[in-house]
Design a protein around this ligand. Structure first.
Ligand code: ZN
Length: 383
């Protein structure tokens, strides 16, 4: 503020937003760094994230998802590990190549210090445990490389943990090895993420973990009934561990009925998507990019617009069930093919604060939702 007439603290939405430490728990931009070699110092014309828009959006810390798509890179083995390693290297390079913009962080104290300096903190979480290759020592390997959370499974079950995304996952909780992984994460100080795991695996995780458990990008099943979302019982159980549910921005997971409509659209556009994939001459990652580009275009045309107020519906529901201390945000930007109409990219994050104020949240509540609750969990888990 350089306006000398402003002697009192102003409570307009942009000011409230700017004062908060904003921590987004999940974005898939690391794959763009690897596969598209995007320059995050520039305002990108596509995708949802770059440093220019992050600064406009008042973002202070971004957890980059280290995601190994098992169907493309294997559910384990050398190729899964390599896919994780190159993404980690790409995130670390952000800070080494552009120290004026980025700084690598692993703790809450790092985030507070970096936010104070006006830079953006870059952190890493692993989405799905494929890259640990069923070896306990690899949990520490990735911890040492900077990874500070891990979900046991993405949409494909591992041998040791069930996913909400496949049939086998419905029957599978954590095996003995799975429990060992959770205990090792607790020992090291790596947060356990339940986004994407099956209900059985969720239950085993909250029973095994001695530290707060988080969901990095999930919604409420009571509002939007998809297997990926958390039931009321799960939200209460997670909050009892001291953890945080970070609400995803993806329309399919927040808007009632959207998933069914999307399934219809997916059937309608299947040949279009296939053609884009066939015409792309690059590697498997580029073929996936080509498919996702067509999906994004068609979803925008064919599916209903969703607004930021729907995200706040999920936040409200979690607050009602578990209180204000157990909710945060996990956008899933750059990992989703549709976004809310008034939250199209990280630059639009202030619209979320505006809606939270409109719905009656105080500034201290908003501070907790935007990042304060996750800073508390990080202080408790990471040492
Ligand atoms: Zn995900």
């Amino acid at each position: 503020m350089n306006n000398s007439s402003e002697t009192t603290v102003s409570n307009d939405p942009p000011s409230v937003h700017r004062r908060a430490i904003v921590v987004d728990m999940h974005a898939d931009t690391a794959q763009r760094l690897v596969d598209e070699n995007v320059d995050l110092e520039q305002r990108l014309v596509d995708g949802h994230f770059d440093a220019v828009r992050a600064k406009e959006g008042g973002l202070d810390a971004q957890f980059f998802s280290i995601w190994v798509e098992p169907e493309l890179f294997g559910g384990g083995g050398a190729s899964a590990m390599k896919r994780a390693d190159v993404q980690i290297e790409a995130v670390r390079n952000l800070a080494s190549k552009h120290p004026e913009t980025w700084e690598l962080a692993t703790t809450a104290a790092d985030i507070r210090r970096i936010a104070d300096s006006g830079k953006i903190a870059a952190l890493m979480g692993m989405e799905g445990g494929y890259a640990i290759d069923e070896k306990i020592e690899n949990v520490e390997r990735y911890y040492k490389m900077g990874v500070r959370y891990m979900s046991p499974a993405w949409s494909v079950s591992t041998s040791w943990a069930g996913s909400s995304g496949d049939e086998i996952g419905k029957m599978r909780g954590l095996t003995d090895f799975g429990n060992q992984v959770i205990r090792e994460m607790n020992r090291l100080g790596m947060m356990v993420d339940v986004s994407h795991v099956s209900d059985r695996t969720f239950l085993d995780i909250v029973n095994t973990s001695t530290k707060p458990v988080i969901a990095t990008h999930s919604g409420c099943r009571a509002i939007t009934n998809v297997p990926r979302n958390l039931t009321d019982e799960m939200i209460v159980a997670l909050a009892k561990t001291g953890g945080v549910v970070n609400v995803i921005f993806y329309p399919e997971h927040i808007e009632p009925g959207y998933s069914e409509k999307k399934k219809k659209v997916d059937a309608e556009i299947a040949s279009l998507v296939q053609r884009a994939s066939d015409e792309e001459k690059g590697d498997v990652a580029h073929k996936k990019l080509a498919r996702d580009r067509v999906r994004a275009q068609e979803y925008l045309k064919r599916l209903p617009a969703v607004s930021v107020s729907r995200i706040v519906d999920h936040i409200n529901h979690i607050v009602k069930l578990a209180g204000i201390d157990h909710v945060g945000i996990g956008s899933d930007f750059d990992g989703i093919q549709a976004v809310p109409a008034d939250l199209k990219s990280v630059a639009d994050l202030p619209n979320l604060t505006k809606e939270l104020l409109r719905r009656g949240y105080s500034e201290s509540d908003i501070d907790k939702i935007l990042g304060g609750n996750m800073l508390r969990v990080m202080e408790e888990v990471i040492h």
